[in-house]
Ligand binder design. Structure first.
Ligand SMILES: CC(C)(COP(=O)(O)OP(=O)(O)OC[C@H]1O[C@@H](n2cnc3c(N)ncnc32)[C@H](O)[C@@H]1OP(=O)(O)O)[C@@H](O)C(=O)NCCC(=O)NCCS
Length: 167
C-alpha cells in the first residue's frame, strides 16, 4: 500500500481539527519555529488562504509533511502524530520521494533546532548534510540522487513494503 497523502484543503473539518491537535501537542510544538498554540480560527484561515508555494499533506494517521517551493528547491517540514512511535523513517522517506518525484525538486533544504538531536539523526540517515549554522538553527540539504535510499537496514523492509504493495 502506498502512503495516502491528503492536502489540508481536502480534509474534513474533523481531520483539520485532528492535524491541528497534533501540531499543538507540547511534544510537537516545542520543536516548531512558532512554539505558540495555533487557534482553530487561524488554522482554518491558513488552510483557506494557503499560499501557492506551500503544500501541507496529512500522511494517513502518522503525521504531517509540508513543503515551501521556490524554483527547483523545496524546504521541508515534518511532524508526527504525537501518539505514534517510530514513524520518523516512513514520514521522511515519503517526504523525500514526494519532493523529488512529484515536485521535481533538485534540492531539499530544511532548518532544524540544534538540540533536536532525534530529527538531526533522522535527516543524516537519509543523506542530509549540514550546510549552515546560525544561532540555534542548523540548515541541512539533500541534493537529488544523493539521497540514501534505504535509511538503516532494519527499516528497508518497511520502505519496500510501502512502495511495492498496492501500486
Ligand atoms: C522528528 C520525528 C518526525 C521523528 O519521528 P519518531 O517516530 O519520533 O522517530 P523514530 O522513532 O522513527 O526515529 C527515527 C530516527 O531518529 C533517530 N532517533 C530516534 N530517537 C532518537 C534519540 N532518542 N536520540 C537520537 N536519535 C534518535 C534515529 O536515527 C532513528 O532512526 P532508527 O530507526 O535507525 O533508530 C518526530 O519525533 C516529530 O514529529 N518530532 C516533533 C517535530 C519535529 O521535531 N520535526 C522536525 C522539525 S525540523
Amino acid at each position: 500500500m502506498k502512503m495516502k497523502l491528503t492536502k489540508f484543503q481536502d480534509l474534513s473539518l474533523e481531520e483539520k481539527k485532528e492535524v491541528l491537535n497534533w501540531r499543538n501537542h507540547p511534544d510537537i510544538r516545542k520543536w516548531m519555529f512558532d512554539k505558540n498554540e495555533i487557534s482553530l480560527e487561524n488554522h482554518l484561515n491558513f488552510i483557506q488562504n494557503m499560499p501557492k508555494n506551500r503544500i501541507y499533506l496529512k500522511a494517513e494517521d502518522l503525521g504531517v509533511i509540508n513543503f515551501k517551493i521556490s524554483k527547483d528547491t523545496v524546504e521541508l517540514g515534518i511532524h508526527k502524530n504525537p501518539e505514534k512511535k517510530r514513524v520518523g523513517n516512513i514520514l521522511l522517506k515519503t517526504t523525500i520521494d514526494y519532493a523529488f518525484n512529484e515536485l521535481k525538486a533538485k534540492k531539499i533544504v530544511l532548518y532544524v533546532f540544534k538540540d533536536n538531536i532525534k530529527a538531526i539523526n533522522l535527516y543524516k540517515k537519509f543523506g542530509f548534510r549540514e550546510v549552515d549554522k546560525k544561532d540555534n538553527l542548523i540548515k541541512m540539504e539533500l541534493i537529488k540522487n544523493e539521497e540514501l535510499k534505504t535509511g538503516s537496514p532494519k527499516n528497508q523492509k518497511i520502505f519496500w513494503g510501502i512502495e511495492e504493495n498496492g501500486e
